[in-house]
Write a protein that binds this ligand. Structure first.
Ligand code: F0G
Length: 345
């Protein structure tokens, strides 16, 4: 049995400085869940890499263990990030673990409740910025240039190093890369990390399908989006920090980056939940993209192929997206007859 985080398991493959002092919550080693029903419909062998099962409920923990381990080893006392929520919760947890002060900047009113609660619970100082994620990130870059506060957004190269471990894990399970890897793209750190990881591991390369939300799709439109808008708040980003690298990954892998509508994202979220996997809206973008492409004449060729879709965050991160769209459950007296009359025989 293994009780190891990603730095223990793959640290020898990661470009981290000698001063790095491992801070871990035993992240990584997430399951590749087969999806036989949806796979059959789409004509492919389909797996979900369920990153929502990391310690803080998102894939961010892989990069955060690396970034915080490096920061603490170099003597940093305070870390900061801008975030649509998941990075904030992850930074807060690993900083708490390391005994560091964590400051997180979030776009006002646009962070899902499970993420905000996480950041607060782990003890971060949460500051809402009147603006977008992109505005918050600019502030974080400025303050880390002018003060000793350490930046833990994915501009930090150690975040990318840690996140490469997801690609290593997939290759280890399949003894090679899948044919396609589909994933949501926001600030574009994750797609950059997967591509770097697959290239480094040399066990084969997948074609990559990156998926943005239509209201926040700068990489599809070819220009920044000043006021990004989408129900998938995690990827509500108009100026991705690693946009160039994302385009490179798509192009070099012979894949592509596409946009899907909010309706397609929410529908994909329901389709996954109907097969027992509940993910947050942004995390359903990869599946939404695969469904859109598989149903299109000129779409990607996934038939008969092994496809891994990365689901980046757990559904519990954003419970209100579900509860707000349904009437409250029925209420009955605590009596058997009432129960029977409600559910039928
Ligand atoms: N999925 C989820 C659930 C996310 O939280 C994010 C990014 C992404 C996908 C996109 O990943 O940015 O590497 O392209 N969330 C960041 C945050 C921006 O602040 O939590 P990316």
């Amino acid at each position: 049995m293994s009780y190891q985080g990603v730095l223990h398991r793959y640290g020898n493959l990661l470009d981290l400085p000698a001063h790095t002092q491992t801070v871990s919550l035993l992240e990584g080693n997430t399951p590749l869940i087969p999806m036989p029903r949806l796979g059959k419909e789409l004509g492919c062998e389909l797996f979900i890499k369920f990153e929502g099962l990391n310690p803080t409920g998102s894939f961010k923990d892989r990069g955060m263990t690396a970034a915080i381990s490096e920061a603490v080893g170099r003597g940093a006392e305070t870390v900061i990030c801008a975030s649509t929520g998941n990075t904030a919760a992850s930074a807060a947890a690993y900083a708490a673990r390391a005994g560091l002060r964590a400051i997180v900047l979030i776009p006002e009113g646009k962070v899902a409740v499970g993420k905000l609660a996480g950041a607060i619970a782990y003890g971060a100082e949460v500051i809402q910025v009147q603006g977008s994620f992109d505005d918050a990130l600019s502030l974080v870059v400025e303050i880390t240039q002018k003060t000793p506060i350490a930046l833990v957004n994915s501009i930090n190269p150690f975040r990318i190093e840690g996140q490469k471990t997801a690609a290593f894990e997939i290759c280890d399970v399949f003894d090679g890369a899948p044919d396609w890897l589909c994933l949501p793209v926001g600030n574009a750190g994750n797609i950059t990390s997967y591509w770097a990881g697959f290239k480094q591991y040399q066990k084969g390369l997948p074609q990559i399908l990156g998926v943005q939300a239509a209201g926040a799709a700068p990489l599809v439109l070819g220009h920044p989006v000043e006021k990004p808008e989408t129900v998938a708040t995690a990827i509500r980003i108009g100026r991705p920090a690693r946009g160039e690298q994302a385009l490179e990954a798509a192009q070099q892998s012979n894949g592509k980056i596409i946009a899907v509508s909010d309706e397609e994202i929410l529908s994909a979220q329901r389709i996954l939940a109907a097969e027992g996997v509940w993910v947050e809206p942004a995390s359903a973008a990869g599946i939404a993209g695969l469904i859109a492409e598989a149903g299109k004449g000129a779409g990607i060729e996934a038939k008969g192929k092994r496809v891994v879709v990365v689901c980046t965050g757990h559904g519990m991160k954003d419970p209100s997206i579900v509860t707000d769209s349904f009437a409250s459950p029925k209420v009955i007296p605590a009596a058997y007859d009432d129960l029977i009359s409600v559910i039928g025989k």
